[in-house]
Every structure is written in structure tokens, then in C-alpha cells.
Design a protein around this ligand. Structure first.
Ligand code: C2E
Ligand code: MG
Ligand code: MG
Ligand code: MG
Length: 283
């Protein structure tokens, strides 16, 4: 009867519900173990000055070196790390790894560009990021100007007072601040100005629009004009074609980053791009 069928359906969804909870618990337990064991490595993706073609900075992007699955990308574990709070401990590992890598390159007498580190909103709320950074720089003997912090627009919507104080402390150490994924959140222009960001990274959705629609260039142009008026450098994220580079140069964008230039690379392969390697489109 309809009644039993209904009951059956209910049980079916019930079981599915508990399966989902079990799956999530085991994924979280596995991630916790990975953080405890430190199964993570950093990849580095260059940022290039659009007018000179010179590598001016690199972004550190975390990867899970999974014992069975190989290199796992952040999309598969950063959201869970954020939800579970594990991002705080993972974030500390990341800061330490980047500083250790910089110290290693410095010890080789390598010419260096600054490296940017992605920091999550939860790290600002639950960990003393400014102190963690200062400790790590001290421990590895790395000068603060070699490190930059990226935080997404959405991290600035929470308790603004606390975040802005942490950001001021970080800047006072000599670390540059970048807004990540700009255009996807809801930060106000006054917020960006008050927090005195150095760099504005425009989300790759806007870069993709450059070729797709006429309005794409209009939006990008407005963002660049606004950012320059506030004294920020502008980085276009997700640059995948020469045509995008050409348009961004026309719009006086400062830097480009994306697969067209280079995918994120493991440290062994990032070394060749460190000595301010020149990219070819300028010549
Ligand atoms: P994000 O900080 O905006 O980093 C840019 C992402 O876009 C990277 O993905 C990068 O590999 C990818 N990307 C770069 N160029 C292109 C391109 O031309 N086309 C396309 N389609 N994608 C491009 P990834 O490494 O998978 O990282 C994803 C996100 O995970 C990052 O976005 C960041 O929000 C987060 N994440 C990565 N590493 C860390 C970390 O150490 N800590 C924290 N809190 N978050 C991290
Ligand atoms: Mg980033
Ligand atoms: Mg981004
Ligand atoms: Mg992005």
C-alpha cells in the first residue's frame, strides 16, 4: 500500500542520512590523521609583472600528499578542513612549510621573490595568526618582506574589529596584504581602503568574462581604476590565454597569474622560475 511504500521510503532516506554522516566522520578522521602526520606539501604558482614579463611573486598552494591517492588538490579537502576547524592546524603547517622553503632557498643563495600564503577566516578568529607568522619567520630566519598574506573578501565580513587588528599587526611586521578572489564576496570599497590592502587579486570569473562578453572588459576596467585610486596593485587570476594577457595589458592591469603562464609547481620545479624569469610575450 501507499502507507508501507511511504514508510519504506522513509527508512531508505534514513539509512542514506546515517551513511552520509558516517562517511563524513571517516573523511574527517582521515584528514585529522593527515594533519597530525603532516602529509601536506606546498606547490608554487608564479605571478608575473605584465609590463616587464618578470616573475614578481609566487603563491603557495597546499596539496595533500595522500599515501594511496597521490597528490590531492585543495578542492577535495580545504572545505572539510574549514567546516571541521582543522584548517587552523593545517594553516599553521602551511605557514611553517613556506618559511622553511624560503629559508632553504635563502641558504642556497637563491635570488628570491616574495611568496604569498592563503589564510582562512577561521585562522583569524581562532588562532593568533600575527603571532604564528612572527614566530615562524623568527624560527626560520626569514625576512618578513618575503611573505605576503592572501585573504578572501568573505573573511572580512565577520567580526571586523578583530580581523582588522590582526591585519594591522601583520602589516606592521612588514608583510604585504592581498585580497583574494575579489568580486565574489561582498566587501565594500570603504573596507578595502580602511584595511589598507597592498594587492587586489581579481577572481578568475572576471578574467574569463574578458573574452566572453563586452561587459567583461568594462567591469575589469572599473575594478582596476578603483584599485589604483586606492593605491593597490591589481593581479588577474586564472589567465589562460594570450588574448587575455593582451586585453589585461591594455586595461593596465599590473600582474597576471594562471595556467597560461604556469600551473602551480612543486618546489623542485619552482626553483628555475625564482631568478625573476622573463616570460616571452613582452619580447
Ligand atoms: P585561490 O587562493 O584563489 O588559488 C587559486 C586557485 O586557482 C588554485 O587552485 C590554482 O591552482 C587555480 N588556478 C590558477 N590558475 C588557474 C587558471 O588559469 N585556470 C583555472 N581554472 N584555475 C587556476 P588550488 O591550488 O586547487 O586551490 C584552490 C583554493 O584552495 C585556493 O584558491 C585557496 O582558496 C584554497 N587554498 C589553497 N591552498 C591553501 C592554503 O594553504 N591555505 C588555505 N587556507 N587555503 C588554501
Ligand atoms: Mg589565493
Ligand atoms: Mg584566488
Ligand atoms: Mg580563486
Amino acid at each position: 500500500s501507499a502507507k508501507t511504500a511511504g514508510k519504506h521510503d522513509y527508512r531508505f532516506f534514513d539509512a542514506r542520512f546515517y551513511d552520509a554522516i558516517r562517511a563524513r566522520h571517516s573523511r574527517e578522521a582521515e584528514l585529522r590523521h593527515a594533519v597530525d602526520q603532516d602529509q601536506f606539501v606546498m606547490y608554487y604558482q608564479p605571478r608575473v609583472d605584465i609590463s616587464t614579463g618578470v616573475t614578481c611573486s609566487m603563491e603557495a598552494l597546499v596539496r595533500w600528499a595522500h599515501p594511496n591517492r597521490g597528490i590531492v588538490e585543495p578542492v577535495e579537502f580545504v572545505p572539510l578542513a574549514e567546516e571541521s576547524g582543522l584548517i587552523v592546524q593545517l594553516g599553521e603547517l602551511v605557514i611553517d612549510k613556506v618559511c622553511a622553503q624560503l629559508a632553504f632557498w635563502l641558504s642556497r643563495g637563491q635570488e628570491l621573490v616574495p611568496v604569498s600564503i592563503n589564510v582562512s577566516a577561521r585562522q583569524f578568529n581562532e588562532a593568533r595568526v600575527a603571532e604564528r607568522l612572527s614566530e615562524a619567520l623568527q624560527r626560520h630566519q626569514v625576512p618578513a618582506h618575503l611573505v605576503e598574506i592572501e585573504l578572501t573578501e568573505s573573511s572580512m565580513t565577520g567580526d571586523c574589529q578583530e580581523v582588522s587588528e590582526a591585519l594591522k599587526a601583520i602589516q606592521a611586521m612588514g608583510i604585504n596584504l592581498a585580497v583574494d578572489d575579489f568580486g565574489t564576496g561582498y566587501s565594500s570599497l570603504s573596507q578595502l581602503q580602511r584595511l589598507d590592502f597592498d594587492v587586489l587579486k581579481v577572481d578568475r570569473a572576471f578574467t574569463a568574462e574578458l573574452e566572453a562578453t563586452r561587459e567583461g572588459a568594462v567591469f575589469f576596467n572599473a575594478i582596476i581604476t578603483m584599485a589604483h585610486a586606492l593605491g593597490m596593485r591589481v593581479v588577474a587570476e586564472g589567465v589562460e590565454t594570450m588574448e587575455q594577457v593582451r586585453k589585461l595589458k591594455e586595461l593596465q592591469c599590473d600582474e597576471v597569474q594562471g595556467f597560461f603562464i604556469s600551473t602551480p609547481l612543486p618546489p623542485s620545479e619552482s626553483q628555475p622560475i625564482l631568478p625573476k624569469r622573463l616570460f616571452s610575450w613582452v619580447n
